[in-house]
Every structure is written in structure tokens, then in C-alpha cells.
Write a protein that binds this ligand. Structure first.
Ligand code: S3P
Length: 430
């Protein structure tokens, strides 16, 4: 499905972003390993976390959805999963296939995991290598590099693993296998990635310790405790409207109930350096995470910035929308050290360079990022989402600035993480 975006003169109103995707995936998977009844409120009903829910169901977990769309998971413990009768389809979701592989490596049965066209091209050596070192029998297509994956789980041993790149999916995969492995498993990251797995497993009683970029977990002999969680709003989804309210003149938007976990909010730090106007109205705690309401006002005089190094994992999913912000900043913005963006739902460096050029942006592709010279006048045109939710949403926000109609081809990819994206956008007052 395509979508036409019209220029907007101002955006006003209050929005609630969708529940956090990373936390929703983890809640459904980890509750399935606990012993007892867990309740998940405000689960993200979008394609990606639904892939995780269906995967756990096919592994024999009893999952119920209440009339109010809450999820009740009747966990029967760490060793209660059953072999799936069929291939498990992880859809478009890297988080599902990578985290689940860690869990399945520790199960005494065979599993086959696949996904859509995009997922079947995403690199899996990064999990196959450490899981094999732990003793798992795991195979993939193209010399063990791509899905489908065949996992013959069994007994594992703990390892000490230095990750070549920061990745919460890889870290979480190894930690989950570590629950089942003999002895201690240690993961060391070059830069710290999102830490929802560590926080949630700790709250369930796992033997997990975090020391900067080093995480240690040891064999889980006691069962994990069930939990109740109210999933907070997704910062990565909120980021599209933070950018929209910053860029569209005369705007003021309140974004409620946003998860402000430090490992996720690099985009806010960068926007601050650019001269953005975001106020955190009320900070509180929800589901073991800091949460706040944000007031965002338009900021006409944005300045260019250099974004590199440690901050990259803290804004990895915000790269496409950060490119859109940079189109309106005075001077040359450089984003680098982000080569892994080529291995996301699409090659996001190539996708944003190609499509923003069609909108008249002065953008150059680097091997590990982009250079953007701003401010640019955005010209309406037809652009392609590459069936990547974050590319579709970023180009749609760029379209709000174009004089004329911008057509986003395959815009329905927003359903992966933010099904209400377009209705929220339309409901903001003009
Ligand atoms: C995620 C980790 C990140 C991120 C993805 C969600 C997670 O991927 O890009 O959208 O929930 O763990 P990588 O681990 O590949 O960086």
C-alpha cells in the first residue's frame, strides 16, 4: 500500500506512542520461560512482537489474550518448551530469530527458524559463532550465514565472548543460552547496547551481573519468577514525532509515557546539541525503566553535528530519522561508525541516501554512515520504503516539509512496529 503525504504548516496536540517493541518481545519470550502466570499490559500489537508471540505458542506455551488485549502467559518453567511441529516463521523480526535462537540452543529438540525475504538476508554468523562455541549444533544457509536456521539444541557450556560489534540482539541471544549453559557465560561489548534483557532477567531472579560493557550470567538452577509488566512507550517510535514537531514550524507536541532508558536516548542528546527544544515534563519509573512525558517545540535554527563512536548503539534505530533532521540543520552533519546499519531490515545507509536525494537533499553515502549538507529545501517526489518500517516513517516525516505531495511506496511496512503511525500523524492539529 502506498501513502501520500501533504505538507503541514504546524503540528499541535498530544500523542501516546506505541508500546516498546524491544520490551514487548522480551516480555513474551521471558514470561514463557518463567514458572507461573505472567501478565503483560500494553503489549505492542504490531507484526514483529506478534511473531515472537506466535513462536512461543508453537513451542507449546499457553498464552491467552484478555478482552482488554492484555496477555496472560502460563509459564511452566525453563525446561518446559516442546518441539514445534512446524518451521517457526519469525516474519521480519531480527529480535525474534536472534533471541529465540539463544533459547532454542539450550532445548533438547530440533527447531527450524525462518522469516520473510528481508530476514532471510540478514547476517546470522554473529549468533551462530558464539552459540557453536557454547556447544550448540546450529546450521544456516550460505555456509552458516543466513536463515533458515536449523538448531539442534542440547547441553551447552559457558563461554567468555568478546563481541566484534555492539548488538543487543547478539548479547541477548548469548545471555539466554547462558541460562542453560554449564558454568558462567560472559559477554563483552565494544560499546554498550540496549540493556532491557539484563534488567528483565535480573528482575525475574536470574544470576546476572552487569559491569559497564561486561555482562555475566550463570546457569539458572532455580526457576525464573513470573511477573506483571506494563510496557512503556517506545522511544524509537516517539522519535519520528520528536523530529516532526522539531521540523514543522509553529509546532508544539506532547508525547506521553516514553521509555527513557539511557541506552536508547542518544537521539535526544544529539538533538540537544543541534539546538532542539525538548523538555522532559515528568520522570517516573515503570517496568523498571525511567519513563517521561516530552514537550517538543519547533526549532528553526538547527545546527549540524558529528555523530560517531559510543553514541551509535544508543541511536541505532534513529539513524533514518536523524538523517531527516540533518536536512534542516545549518552546515555539514556527519554520521559514521554505523556500518551495521547496512544489515538492518534494509541497507539503511543506501536507502536513506537514495531516497533523500530524490527529495532534493544534499546527502553523500559513506561506507559507515552519511554526510548531509543543510539546510535543504525538500522537493515532493515519489520515494520507496524498501519495505522497511523505519524508512517509511522517516520519509513520511520528510514529506511533511515538502511543498507538494510526497508518495511513499509500500508505506504499510509501518505495521511492523507502529500500526497507528499514519492515523496519529493525521490527527495532530494542523
Ligand atoms: C534490538 C536491537 C537492535 C535494534 C533492533 C532491536 C533489540 O538490533 O536495531 O531494532 O530489541 O534487541 P542489533 O542488536 O542488531 O543492533
Amino acid at each position: 500500500m502506498d501513502r501520500v503525504i501533504k505538507q503541514r504548516n504546524m503540528l499541535k496536540g498530544e500523542i501516546i506512542p506505541p508500546p516498546d517493541k524491544s520490551i514487548s518481545h522480551r516480555a513474551i519470550m521471558f514470561a514463557s520461560l518463567a514458572k507461573g502466570k505472567s501478565r503483560i499490559k500494553n503489549f505492542l500489537w504490531a507484526k514483529d512482537p506478534i511473531s515472537s508471540m506466535n513462536a512461543m505458542k508453537s513451542l507449546g506455551v499457553d498464552i491467552e489474550v484478555t478482552e482488554t488485549s492484555e496477555i496472560v502467559v502460563y509459564g511452566k518453567g525453563l525446561h518446559s518448551l516442546k518441539e514445534s511441529e512446524d518451521i517457526i516463521d519469525c516474519g521480519n523480526s531480527g529480535t525474534t530469530i536472534r533471541l529465540l535462537s539463544g533459547i532454542l540452543a539450550g532445548q533438547p529438540f530440533l527447531s527450524i527458524l525462518t522469516g520473510d525475504e528481508s530476514l532471510r538476508q540478514r547476517p546470522m554468523k554473529r549468533i551462530i559463532k558464539p552459540l557453536s562455541m557454547m556447544g550448540a549444533d546450529i546450521l544456516g544457509r550460505k555456509e552458516n550465514s543466513l536463515p533458515p536456521l536449523v538448531i539442534k539444541g542440547g547441553s551447552l557450556k559457558g563461554i567468555n565472548y568478546e563481541m566484534p560489534i555492539a548488538s543487543a540482539q547478539v548479547k541477548s541471544c548469548i545471555l539466554l543460552a547462558g541460562l542453560y549453559a554449564d558454568g558462567e557465560t560472559t559477554v563483552i561489548e565494544p560499546h554498550k547496547s540496549r540493556d532491557h534483557t539484563e534488567k528483565m532477567l535480573k528482575s525475574m531472579g536470574a544470576n546476572i551481573e552487569v559491569n559497564g560493557n561486561i555482562v555475566k550470567i550463570s546457569t539458572q538452577r532455580k526457576e525464573l519468577n513470573p511477573f506483571e509488566i506494563n510496557v512503556p512507550g517506545d522511544f524509537s517510535s516517539a522519535a519520528f514525532f520528536i523530529a516532526a514537531a522539531t521540523l514543522v514550524k509553529d509546532s508544539e507536541v506532547i508525547i506521553k509515557n516514553v521509555c527513557l532508558n539511557e541506552t536508547r536516548t542518544g537521539f535526544l542528546d544529539v538533538l540537544n546539541r543541534m539546538g532542539g527544544n525538548v523538555e522532559i515534563l515528568e520522570q517516573r519509573n515503570q517496568a523498571g525503566e525511567p519513563v517521561g512525558d516530552l514537550r517538543v517545540k519547533s526549532s528553526p535554527g538547527l545546527k549540524s553535528v558529528i555523530v560517531e563512536g559510543d553514541i551509535i548503539p544508543r541511536l541505532i534505530d534513529e539513524f533514518p530519522i536523524l538523517c531527516v533532521l540533518a536536512t534542516q540543520a545549518e552546515g555539514k552533519t556527519v554520521i559514521k561508525d554505523a556500518k551495521d546499519l547496512r544489515a538492518k531490515e534494509s541497507d539503511r545507509i543506501r536507502a536513506m541516501t537514495t531516497e533523500l536525494k530524490k527529495l532534493g537533499v544534499h546527502i553523500e553515502e559513506l561506507e559507515d554512515g552519511v554526510e548531509i549538507k543543510g539546510p535543504c529545501k525538500i522537493k515532493a517526489n515519489e520515494v520507496y520504503s524498501y519495505k522497511d518500517h523505519r524508512i517509511a516513517m522517516s520519509l513520511s516525516i520528510a514529506g511533511l516539509l515538502a511543498d507538494g505531495e510526497t508518495k511513499i511506496v509500500d508505506a504499510d511496512s509501518v505495521d511492523i512496529s507502529f500500526p497507528e503511525f499514519y492515523s496519529i500523524m493525521e490527527n495532530l492539529q494542523n
